[in-house]
Design a protein around this ligand. Structure first.
Ligand SMILES: [Zn+2]
Length: 263
């Protein structure tokens, strides 16, 4: 499932390929992927407008128009963008496309149709109304600490809660806690300032590393847990068999030695 590094990689692609282009036609081949809008409403909102910038907050991507309005992408499990010149065949499972005045086409493909395309007249306000927490890549330590203060429960689900911190899902939450040496079930109230600093630093380092490597997991450092996240996987630091447990319906992988449990 795309998390912050995957969405940021899509944002950089969208920025490189779409900024400065004007929308000449809007094609919705699967209306079910639209959220809070309809094909005619979206067409009226986009037609003749120019993409002047891109933005991202957590796992949401914004194509910002010259009038301040914005098209919003959420990639679900399998969504992605691709730009084509002229009439090059679109990828299978294209659900939505924009044709630009220079004849290039931006397609949104999504085999499982779990992603969503929507629209807002003010994207910063949309983020606020949606109740998203600060973005995991840009949040300062002070705000990060405040977001976790007075919360209850285990650290891992809190890191994955988009209203607490936006952008982190199951894979990166495991990686962050592994690199920080914190057990996923550790109660947030028991974490010291030093623990929180370790988690914060690990979060930033991992997200930045992943974005630099264009979210290509195969290119991540060998010391990353992600390469061993399967039954019988071994800790990339100490070689011990990893353990896994189910939390909120998702599997958490961790090293029993490097991430000891402390209540
Ligand atoms: Zn280990």
């Amino acid at each position: 499932m795309p998390e912050l590094p995957e969405v940021e990689t899509e944002r950089q692609y969208l920025h490189r390929t779409s900024v400065g282009k004007s929308v000449m036609q809007v094609i919705v081949s699967e209306p079910r992927i639209l959220k809070d809008t309809t094909p005619p409403a979206l067409t009226v909102a986009l037609l003749g407008h120019t993409i002047v910038d891109t933005g991202r907050h957590g796992k949401y991507l914004f194509a910002i128009l010259e009038n301040g309005a914005s098209l919003i992408f959420h990639f679900g499990m399998t969504g992605g963008l691709a730009m084509f010149d002229d009439d090059y065949p679109w990828p299978p499972y294209t659900r939505f496309a924009l044709l630009f005045s220079d004849t290039s086409h931006l397609t949104y493909h999504d085999p499982r149709k779990l992603g969503r395309v929507s629209f807002t007249t003010n994207w910063r306000e949309w983020i606020r109304v949606k109740g998203l927490g600060p973005d995991a890549l840009s949040v300062q330590f002070k705000a990060f600490r405040e977001q976790l203060a007075n919360r209850k429960g285990a650290i891992k689900p809190l890191l994955m809660n988009q209203e607490v911190i936006a952008g982190i899902g199951n894979l990166y939450a495991d990686e962050i806690l592994f690199q920080a040496g914190i057990h996923p079930r550790r109660a947030v109230g028991s974490l010291t300032i030093r623990d929180l600093q370790r988690i914060y630093t690990s979060m930033r380092t991992i997200l930045r590393t992943a974005i630099r490597r264009r979210a290509d997991e195969a290119a991540y450092p060998r010391t990353y847990l992600i390469h061993q996240r399967f039954p019988d996987g071994c800790c990339p630091k100490c070689g011990k068999l990893l353990e896994h447990l189910s939390m909120n319906g998702r599997t958490a992988y961790f090293c029993p030695d490097d991430q000891p449990y402390e209540a």
